[in-house]
Design a protein around this ligand. Structure first.
Ligand code: TYC
Length: 113
């Protein structure tokens, strides 16, 4: 079967006139999965420490860091950023290690988008 306007991948789609030959293949361009990095609230980590962590590991401005910290404080959690698996994993590890070294219970996790 000839690929029409709705047959965007140009592959045989099992239409009339194709003699039932299965030729469908996987699309070549696959978007990599993205992961949200989440910061969680707790009752003990000082606000200034959270702001410092956000500036240090996420390369955001002081004002953006204050906004995110306050969102976490009020709502319980917030998305800090969206990254590839490896970058997200590195951010989570950096935040968790830094919080632990400074004896704060701050929690950071990641979740597939
Ligand atoms: N709730 C903390 C406080 O009142 C501040 C805080 C904000 C802690 C964000 C963690 O991810 C967090 N000191």
């Amino acid at each position: 079967m000839t690929a029409g306007p709705s047959d965007k991948d140009g592959e045989d789609d099992g239409g009339i006139g194709d003699a039932g030959i299965a030729t469908k293949t996987k699309s070549k361009t696959q978007k990599p999965p993205l992961y949200k990095v989440l910061l969680l609230n707790d009752d003990y980590t000082p606000m200034e420490f959270v702001v410092h962590v956000l500036e240090r590991f996420f390369g955001i401005t002081h004002d953006q860091a204050v906004d995110i910290m306050l969102t976490v404080h009020k709502k319980g959690l917030a998305v800090v950023g969206v990254f590839s698996f490896e970058i997200a994993e590195t951010k989570v590890t950096q935040v968790m290690d830094y919080a632990r070294r400074n004896q704060h219970p701050l929690q950071c996790t990641m979740e597939k988008e």
